[in-house]
Design a protein around this ligand. Structure first.
Ligand SMILES: Nc1nc2c(c(=O)[nH]1)N[C@H]1C(S)=C(S)[C@@H](COP(=O)(O)O)O[C@H]1N2
Ligand SMILES: [Mo]
Length: 431
């Protein structure tokens, strides 16, 4: 760990990452390591323990007017999104990461959902926001937010994963913490209008096959979306986890493209152009290709394949006690539901089926547990998941055999953590 708690880099392959991601420059990272320790393990004040009467039992607490909008306890101040300063040239065109090692269940709290934007996050007045739909339609229309809020809406839980999640890890272990290796994913309940409802309203011409979806931010992010997906399960979302989208998640309107890479989930959605083919030259997609070993590139790799990671223990959440312990993690698949998760504690010699708990939904994060006993032995822990298509999460070497190591995107390989005898946990790989 560096002084400032920057995730450690283990080789120079980050240069390759920066280069391929079209990013330059390097500085430092945020989040002191000490702050990562779990508050529940901090030293106790004996004055507050039995047989004494705890301080907070002696006086009334705060009143209901003190918190018009509630915040977490001050003891949870270390539970924050973190960024890695050297990863991108600017803080506007950058990314921060979800602290999965501090979360449980399947829902990511809005304030902890990782952010990725290419031109900073605007805060747009809903009164001034418009969505224009034009091109191969019968009736081009401009929708206001109040138009959209009067259309039939649905509630759906989905994960959003950036295709670059785990992108640093192609050549070997890089970043010490699941927040950094796997933090470019969040999972929330969206409320929104099915895209097909709005497309029905404008009326599609017979040759309407693709949509160009475009954001209203300074980056004017745009991508080509095939009509089949648009009419299947995409949403125009205005709420997440019950409340309005946060500015950084596209307030007042974002596109939800279930199971597909985060890049196409355009935020601050202002325009949809309907056409008969993709807009290859113009769009961001030219960057979102997967370079393979032989120099050829995979394009239109929209779907996020099944993937899992153990969030506890992990480098930011070491084991602290011998005896009874809880191992937990998350699994997800852009192709369907998670049907099973296996966990090994001994580097793959023995696997056991993890206990899945909480809702199991398609294209959503699923939570798993292994309740185990630890006597201070060294562990090599991994999880691997199966999805409803019968797919099994591959090892990193299986992925490399097909894709080489020049990729940034779509790294869904099995993650290994080494738990040392003192409980400290590290990002490693076993061959
Ligand atoms: N308008 C706009 N939409 C955007 C982006 C952007 O920069 N501008 N970034 C995309 C990328 S690359 C990702 S991974 C997701 C991230 O969504 P989040 O910030 O809610 O995590 O938004 C996508 N939508
Ligand atoms: Mo992304």
């Amino acid at each position: 760990m560096s002084k400032k708690g920057a995730p450690e880099t283990r080789s120079s392959s980050r240069r390759q990452f920066l280069k391929s991601a079209g990013l330059t420059g390097a500085v430092m990272a945020a989040g002191a390591r000490s702050a990562w320790s779990q508050a529940a393990n901090a030293e106790s004040n004996p004055e507050n323990l039995p047989p004494h009467v705890a301080d907070w039992s002696k006086y009334p607490g705060q009143g209901v007017a003190d918190r018009p909008y509630g915040k977490p306890s001050k003891f949870e101040a270390h539970v924050v999104r973190r960024d890695v300063e050297w990863l991108t040239a600017t803080r506007q065109s950058s990314v921060n990461f979800t602290p999965w090692h501090e979360l449980d269940g399947i829902i990511t709290p809005n304030g902890l959902c990782f952010e990725r934007h290419h031109g900073g996050a605007p805060d747009i007045s809903p009164a001034d926001h418009r969505l224009m739909i034009h091109g191969l339609v019968d009736k081009p229309l401009i929708f206001s937010m109040s138009d959209i809020l009067r259309m039939p809406r649905v509630n759906r839980v989905f994960f959003l994963e950036c295709a670059a999640n785990s992108g640093m890890e192609w050549r070997g272990p890089q970043l010490n913490g699941c927040q950094f290796t796997h933090g470019m994913i969040h999972n929330v309940m969206y409320t929104g209008v099915p895209l097909k409802v709005v497309l029905n309203e404008v009326g599609l011409k017979p040759n309407a096959k693709w949509l160009l979806v475009e954001g209203g931010d300074a980056a004017g992010m745009n991508r080509s979306l095939p009509m089949e997906k648009a009419l299947d399960d995409c949403l125009l979302a205005f709420k997440m986890n019950g409340e309005a989208l946060r500015p950084e998640q596209g307030y007042p309107l974002r596109l939800v493209v279930p199971g597909w890479e985060g890049n196409i989930w355009v935020k601050w959605l202002r325009r949809i152009e309907v056409g008969d083919k993709p807009w290859l030259a113009r769009e961001e997609t030219s960057k979102y290709t997967d370079l393979m070993a032989d120099g050829r590139a995979r394009r239109f790799t929209f779907v996020m394949d099944a993937k899992s990671v153990i969030t506890n223990p992990s480098p930011q959440a070491p084991l602290r006690f011998r005896g009874q312990n809880v191992l937990t993690g998350i699994a997800w698949s852009g192709r369907g539901a998670i049907t099973r998760v296996d966990v090994t504690l001994d580097g793959g010699r023995n696997w056991r089926e993890a206990r899945i708990d909480g809702p199991v939904l398609e294209r959503s994060v699923t939570r798993f547990y292994v309740d185990f006993d630890w006597q201070g032995e060294e562990l090599l822990i991994q999880s691997r998941c199966h999805d409803s298509t019968g797919y099994l999460q591959p090892t990193k070497n299986e992925l490399r055999a097909i894709r080489g190591v020049n990729s940034i995107y779509h790294n869904n390989g099995i993650q290994t953590w080494l738990v040392r005898a003192n409980g400290e946990t590290e990002n490693v790989e076993i061959s």
